[in-house]
Design a protein around this ligand. Structure first.
Ligand code: NAG
Ligand code: NAG
Ligand code: NAG
Ligand code: NAG
Ligand code: NAG
Ligand code: NAG
Length: 389
């Protein structure tokens, strides 16, 4: 599949071509093939002004990956979905082209599919960006199209096992780690060592209409999407993380607390949005009299621990935690935001390595400004837990 002797010629296979749309406006295509990588360094960008859906990795080595993620939860907090479209090394497959979907129906029945295909093509046009992951035979396609204005996206899957769409309509602005709004030359897409991150839709309305092996999976609810690129796999560079998004009344919340295995430090970002505005942002974890800060604490008193699918032959121990308590402080305005998230469904729960488990959850979120009205809505997110040996 990947002969080292052919590496020089493979470099030319990650081609960028320019094509014309019917309107005569120019589109740029970047194609990446299964098994194609170079032995030298990967080529990737960290330019904060590059549009968030554009491919940032242009030449793959044997460990880098780029990953477009989409997730959602139904209005009752019971059905949930997460979907990744990945280029590059993933699940120990070097230079792969992969789609992964994991869903939970409201009754807790789960379906997960990991599909490796031959080629992915990212096409950036004046008004849209689209990505298409497909097999040479043409009977498997997983793709997305997103409007360049960050208002909407649609994932479409056509395959023998899954057909249908997963649509998102953004309810917040595109943000960098730390909460600056795109585009901003001061924005920084490097969140932590070897962890690049762009949040296209911190919070969104979601509509899913999928047919999964003959069973409908339909939901209306909330969700969001983001993109990451990483020179080495998450299982290597990440020690622990807590990530979530929530809609709570008029407010959108997006947070990530990530502990790096590269330097052992923890990196934090939390943003509160209202409509298309950021009304609170911080990456500061230390209490301060002058600067905004926040904490994300795990809780274990909620009703749902993340668990293996019902009927698993060899179930993993359940997650120790059941949700989060997020406190965000602005000493200047004396505002204190508090959000409680209780897991309500496991989207997936599996071992990331010998020492780590990784989960995706749907949750019920409540909160708002302390002393003001408390709202109750929904959350989705992911958690990585260190296995206690
Ligand atoms: C893709 O990104 C999501 C976060 O949005 C993360 O949970 C997941 O592990 C990533 N997957 C890959 C293959 O990088
Ligand atoms: C759960 O719901 C799904 C979708 O309706 C259905 O296919 C499945 O059989 C149900 N599972 C159980 C255990 O009832
Ligand atoms: C896609 O096609 C390749 C051969 O081109 C094959 O090895 C692979 O199994 C196919 N993938 C799926 C999911 O059918
Ligand atoms: C995809 O199409 C090819 C060629 O038409 C066929 O051989 C293959 O069985 C199909 N794969 C699936 C999974 O249907
Ligand atoms: C998806 O559509 C294809 C082509 O119309 C069909 O062969 C396949 O059975 C469908 N799969 C599902 C899960 O509906
Ligand atoms: C992030 O997680 C680390 C490790 O669990 C913890 O020490 C730190 O306080 C957390 N940060 C925030 C902002 O809560």
């Amino acid at each position: 599949m990947h002969l080292h002797g052919l590496i020089t010629c493979m470099t030319f296979m990650a081609v960028s071509t320019v094509s014309a749309t019917p309107q005569g406006k120019k589109c740029t295509e970047h194609r990446a093939l299964r098994g194609e990588f170079v032995e030298g360094p990967a080529v990737f960008s960290a330019d904060p002004t590059t549009h968030f859906d554009s491919p940032m990795v242009t030449v793959f080595d044997d460990s880098i990956s780029e990953n477009w993620s989409f997730d959602a939860v139904s209005k009752d907090g019971k059905a949930s979905i997460v979907l990744y479209l990945t280029r590059g090394t993933v699940a120990n497959v070097v230079a792969a082209q992969r789609g992964l979907i994991s869903i939970a129906w409201a009754n807790g029945t789960r379906y997960m599919e990991n599909t490796f295909v031959d080629v992915s093509t990212l096409t950036t046009c004046p008004k849209t960006t689209s990505g298409l992951w497909t097999n040479n035979s043409g009977n498997i396609t997983w793709g997305f199209t997103a409007s360049k204005d960050f208002k909407q996206s649609v994932v479409t899957i056509k395959s023998p096992t899954i057909n249908g769409t997963f649509k998102l309509k953004s309810q917040g602005p595109p943000i960098y780690p730390g909460g600056l709004v795109y585009p901003n030359a001061q924005g920084n897409v490097l969140f932590a060592p070897e962890m690049y991150w762009q949040e296209q839709f911190p919070v969104a309305d979601a509509e899913v209409r999928l047919d999964v092996r003959g069973t409908p999976f339909h939901l209306n609810g909330i969700g969001g999407r983001d993109k990451n690129w990483n020179p080495r796999p998450w299982a290597v560079t990440s020690q622990n993380w807590d990530m979530g998004r929530a809609i709570v009344g008029p407010y959108g919340l997006m947070f990530w607390n990530y502990t790096s295995a590269v330097d052992g430090q923890s990196y934090f970002s939390a943003t509160v949005t209202k409509g298309n505005k950021v009304i609170f942002r911080t990456s500061n974890q230390k209490a301060s009299q002058s600067e905004s800060y926040g904490t994300v604490q795990l809780t274990n008193t909620g009703p749902v621990h993340l668990a293996s699918p019902p009927g698993s032959k060899d179930p993993l121990p359940e997650s120790r935690h059941t949700g989060y308590l997020v406190d965000l402080m602005d000493p200047k305005t004396k505002e204190h935001w508090r959000f409680t998230i209780d897991f309500s469904q496991t989207t997936f729960w599996f071992p990331a390595s010998e020492t780590l488990r990784v989960g995706q959850y749907a949750g019920i979120a409540s909160g708002g400004l302390v002393g003001k009205k408390t709202y109750k809505d929904l959350s989705t997110g992911s958690v990585q837990e260190l296995v206690l040996l």
